[in-house]
Design a protein around this ligand. Sequence first.
Ligand code: NDP
Length: 480
Amino acid sequence: MMQCQYKHLINGQWESSETLGANINPSDLDDLVGNYAQGDQQQTINAIEAAKTAFQSWSCSPIQQRFDMLDAVGSEILARKDELAKLLAREEGKALSDALGEVIRAGQIFKFFAGECVRQTGDKLASTRQGMEVEVTREPVGVVGLITPWNFPIAIPAWKIAPALAYGNTVVFKPAELVPASAWALADIIHRAGAPAGVFNLVLGKGSIVGETLVNHLDVAAISFTGSEGTGRNIASKVVARMGKVQLEMGGKNPLVVLDDADLEVAAEVAVNGAFYATGQRCTASSRFIVTKGIHDRFVAAVVNKMGKLEVGHALDTNTKIGPVVDKKQLDNVCQYIRVGKDEGAKLAFGGEILQRKTKGFFLQPTLFTQANSSMRIAKEEIFGPVACVIKVADYEEALAVANDTVFGLSSGIVTTSLKYANHFKRHAHSGMVMVNAPTAGVDYHVPFGGRNGSSYGSREQGRYAAEFYTTVKTVYIAS
Ligand code: NDP
């Protein structure tokens, strides 16, 4: 019988399932990271019921208890960062240096929200009526269902779980099927840090079973989701229909504007980092370089030069800068977009080839198209891989218009030495996050994260803004 390494945590107990799934290393298809339990509808319901019961006491628990628990989780993540980074790189394919950065960030997020436990505030106001006082306080919303994607296997769960627990909610967490090991490791840490039974539950398995059950269950007061736009829309329609609270973080088609006055070295570095690190599998990745004509040719040459030096290989090899694509399905999808780009008439300036390495894996060259325009699919649709395109424009005004010509609006960037253009872009870029002379990807953990239009729905995640989603406001009138 197959051994199940990664089990569910339901009501404080580790539980397996009849059906197991295999977690395969995308850098080495012969490496089985482990077998994980695939939860069914009843196990998901059991987790929701446990969370509902636990909410009664956890929602009123002392803030010191919550602080101690979240602080301990953060401390253990940071103490075990190298081991957890290896596990993450092994199951997701992110280069070890990127994986380490992600694990550290997860630890810092738990530390930040430990602090938020003891910084919770309300307002006491004068009333408009004689002999009355008003108080405005925040209370937890209840059982929250957290549904996460594969591309940040520990940081995205951390930035949902930590605020949910800090503000007194109980959790049922469903990670993406492709990355159960990091999710299990995190659940194990939270469990041992003293989460009472039912306060934090992990149910591994398919979105169509575990995810759907969470989304449709009336006892799940709120769903926080990160993933693709299609799944997000589907989830929102169901949760809103039953009057639940919902928050979605979805895709991006993030522009990086490069102006004639940019420092060429800065522009090329920001572009390559933003587009190709983490194999381009970041919702904040730059996928459109919008470049004014005076610097265009020099910029393309500098980027291509840097791309040629990016080592593509096994995620655990310390020389590797770009790990594999996460799985066969995603690789096929990205390769299909490379074919589409060629068919649409864009020019392949670099890459586009599948690579063979010592181990069998999903290795793909970072890829750059030039001569693209906004009507091409490669410039409109999220590819979610190491592929970017260059759109040549006449001036800043055209660059801004092209940058904003998208259904998404997550992150956008500009590389310029002009304060005037930088300031104008900050104000007029239609995105939730704007970067000046910095990659569109790579953010701090203590400030809001999220986008506009097709990229996000609902209130922001992270930082103290997370309280908007994980609490509900109560207004109390007291007659004296
Ligand atoms: P998916 O939307 O396919 O999946 C995201 C999560 O939703 C997974 O846990 C998945 O489960 C689950 N899910 C799938 N179907 C359902 C359903 N019917 N009901 C409930 N849950 C469901 O995205 P990917 O995991 O493939 O991630 C890649 C996408 O996510 C990209 O498009 C990317 O842009 C976006 N993304 C956005 C981010 C942001 O912050 N804006 C961050 C990271 C990614 P399972 O896969 O296990 O079946």
